[in-house]
Write a protein of this length. Structure first.
Length: 127
């Protein structure tokens, strides 16, 4: 597994550097570094997932994890849409979708929700 981790890290570095030098004239220095790191980390992550699942014959990354990552990407793109009320509406809708997905993917159970509500009652309890 050490070799695979080293290969993954080298892919991360090479992808980032190549993307930076090739696209810096189009996106600027910071933008090309951000996109290069994003692409490099994605490729590195894919390499680690594939090699780990083949070597260990166990898959710990499933479709639920991928959906959570995609929802997180949607949250990160929230900055580009409209005014504050529009962003707030989109943020609340994304949060509801995210919370619902966490519940149905069984990352959060009913006991977690009850404990969170009980904690919120203790915090916001006015006497």
């Amino acid at each position: 597994m050490v070799k695979e981790m080293i290969v993954s890290y080298v892919v991360l570095l090479i992808t980032t550097v190549v993307f930076y030098f090739y696209f810096s004239r189009f996106f600027g220095a910071v933008g090309s570094m951000v996109y290069g790191m994003t692409l490099g980390s994605f490729l590195s992550f894919v390499i680690l997932i594939v090699t780990t699942s083949k070597k260990l014959k166990y898959s710990f990354f499933n479709i639920s994890h991928l959906a959570l990552i995609l929802i997180g990407v949607l949250f990160s793109l929230l900055n580009y849409w409209g005014t504050i009320p529009v962003k707030l509406l989109i943020y609340v809708s994304y949060f509801l979708i995210y919370a619902t997905f966490l519940y149905f993917a069984k990352f959060v159970t009913q006991s977690h929700v009850k404990r969170l509500v009980g904690l919120a009652d203790k915090i916001f309890k006015y006497e």
